[in-house]
Design a protein around this ligand. Sequence first.
Ligand code: SF4
Ligand code: SF4
Length: 362
Amino acid sequence: MNSTEQSNASCVSIQKSTYEHININTLLQPLGGIRQYIEKGEHVLLKTNLLIPSDPIKAVVTNPAVIRAVAQMILEIGGIPYIGDSPSGQFTKRRLEKTYTKSGLTALANDLGIELNYDTGVTKINISDGKKLKKTLFCDFVLNADKIIAFPKIKTHSFMIMTLATKIMYGAVPGLTKTKYHSLFIRRAAFADMLLDVLSVRTPDLFIMDGVTGMQGNGPSGGTPVSLGVLLASDDAIAMDLAICNMLGIEPIGIPTLRQANIRRLWPSEIQYPLLSPDDVHYSGFLLPSTIDLLVPSSKKRRQQPVPTAKCTACGQCVEICPKKAIRIIQNRASVDYSKCIACYCCHEICPYEAIKLEFVT
Ligand code: SF4
Ligand code: SF4
């Protein structure tokens, strides 16, 4: 993490953008340009957000137009970009193929002549100063990179409220190990601390946030796209996430990762905005998930539970991912045993048919 003490000032570059006209040069210029981060001959992981196989128009995954613009710039200076992530579910070549193709990255990689990662190797890593995790499995394709540029997306998250730059490296934890951590870290604060531990294993050198089209409501896969029209760049994940809260009018202490980062004294003392400020791109009425309750007095908190609907095709993906084995297929529909459910919302996140609703427990 670049801002390890509260005395550090951080820089967040913000510009208005569409997917048709992306000017990465201008965005990165206040940070020193791409050469500040990448040297000729370096293998550069473009760590995208590939939650599930999904058409980019749905705003579930990072839009390939943003990755294309950065990959072209890296190629121009002689770097060797490659694209990778570990989506939800099994970390297998087959699932990667499906995810890349549906998300528009196979076509992009073929067009630019760059590689998509298919290495599913993992290594056990010690995190000596981890608060919740002292060791973890980590994907080799991340560890093998000379440099990492991460591409988070502005999205809501039913469990973590927002999934932004501080959560992007959870995709470096392989497949179903992520599911195990939901079972180990049931409370939001503990899960957020685990995410900060993961981020510290290999913090990206640069973050470029896709906020052209974001997601609001019950994300990270079941919300609705929202046109925000921005790109952000920074080498400080926390500064970037604070800037987005500012832009969307969200109280940052209500976001578990930012709240735990504040407790760890990781917030920068100052954020500089050399291009636009969050006020310049302010968006009113952004819808947070219905599950937000961090700012609600505990006496008034009401839990939400996942409810499979008639859209269910009995594909079984939620059964596989549920960390508490709380879901079975009964009469061709997913059925939840609420006595086992810990409200992690992994089932809601992975369902490819948006067949799981979140409803208040009565
Ligand atoms: S709820 Fe969704 S993920 Fe679960 S079995 Fe039905 S369609 Fe598949
Ligand atoms: S049923 Fe869904 S929300 Fe409940 S524990 Fe399983 S995956 Fe998590």
